[in-house]
Design a protein around this ligand. Structure first.
Ligand SMILES: Cc1cc2nc3c(=O)[nH]c(=O)nc-3n(C[C@H](O)[C@H](O)[C@H](O)COP(=O)(O)O)c2cc1C
Length: 187
């Protein structure tokens, strides 16, 4: 059977999105067989259907967590999804082996430019530092860390048409980089 990909979208205002909407739409065109899990659209009140979410995870070989950076982190709905769905007996603990061997990838965008999240001698942490809880979650649940794709400077509110086009091109390039990473994992 061909490998299954699950995209989990953590964007909370998809109507106003340029970057994440472009990335996800491109991934849909590239992977028409993949599952797309739009958390806010399905669970605006965070009332997850845990069995349904666990079934999607179990069916997937590669899990892509896709989100805009909010306050130096993933949007809270992503964190809540981990809290409610990655349960004892499913993701960890006795019998909690359902995620083992799967690969987790993070795909994220930020409003601030890449330089703001580039490690330097003055002690500025690199973007990878912000992903440590994701990496730890993958490790704790027996998933392989597949790496991440990141694009900064994706602020599109109040910009002119030319800038919008440039951001769209950048988001499309992000989608291509994500496709290449997925391809390197699927072999
Ligand atoms: C509530 C909120 C918090 C945000 N926090 C950050 C932040 O900590 N760092 C940053 O670089 N951008 C931050 N941003 C900007 C978003 O990351 C940026 O708008 C998004 O990546 C663009 O993607 P989109 O076009 O799909 O919305 C924040 C935006 C919102 C709405």
């Amino acid at each position: 059977m061909s490998k299954q990909i699950l995209f989990v979208s953590g964007h909370t205002h998809m109507r106003d999105s340029l970057a994440n909407k472009t990335i996800l739409n491109d991934m849909k065109a590239m992977y028409p067989q993949a599952t797309f899990d739009y958390l806010t659209e399905s669970y605006p009140d965070f009332a997850f259907d845990v069995a349904k979410e666990q079934a999607k995870l179990e069916a997937a070989d590669v899990i892509v967590i896709e989100y805009p950076m909010f306050w130096f982190n993933a949007p809270s709905i992503v964190q809540r999804w981990f809290e409610e769905v990655f349960l004892y007996g499913f993701a960890y603990g006795t019998g909690g082996d359902k995620l083992q061997g799967k690969t987790m990838i993070v795909s994220l965008t930020s409003g601030a430019p890449e330089e703001v999240y580039t490690a330097d001698a003055a002690g500025t942490p690199g973007i990878e530092s912000y992903l440590l809880p994701m990496k730890a979650t993958a490790a704790y649940t027996g998933m392989k860390w597949g790496g991440f794709i990141y694009s900064g400077g994706m602020m599109s509110i109040g910009v002119d048409e030319a800038t919008k086009q440039a951001l769209t091109d950048k988001a499309k390039d992000h989608a291509k980089r994500l496709q290449a990473l997925i391809a390197s994992i699927l072999g």
